[in-house]
Design a protein around this ligand. Sequence first.
Ligand SMILES: [Zn+2]
Length: 138
Amino acid sequence: MIKYNLTCKCNCTFDSWFASSGEFGRLMKKKLITCIECNSNNVSKSIMAPNVSSSKKIDKINYKFKKNIKKKIIEYQKFIKENCRYVGDRFAQEARSIHYDKKETKSIYGRVTTDEIDELNEEGIETITIPWYDKTEN
Ligand SMILES: [Zn+2]
C-alpha cells in the first residue's frame, strides 16, 4: 500500500491509498481518481505524504548514523591511544611476544593485515579490529 497526497484543480487536497504506484498510474490514466470535494477527475499527485520515507530522508538518517559511529570510533581510538602502546607495522610480532613471553601486560595497537590476523587467531592470540580514522581526515 502506498499513500499519495492528491490535489484537485478546485484547490482541494486529500490523501488516498493505492495498492502500488503502478495501480495509481493505471487509475489515473483511466481517470478513475476523483476529487472528494467536487468529484472532478482533474486531480494530480502532489508531494508524497510524510509517512512515506523519501530516499533523501533515508540518506540523512544514514549520514547521522555514520557520523555517530565515527564519533564513537574516534572516542575508542582516543582510549586505545591513551592505554595501549603503538607498535605500528610490527603488531603481529609484538602480539606474539606478549602472548608467548607474558612479560608485558600493557596492550598494544598497530597495523596488521587480515592474513596476519588469521595467523594470530590460529595461534590463539586474541585481537580486536576496529575501523581506524587518521587524524588528517576531516
Ligand atoms: Zn475538487
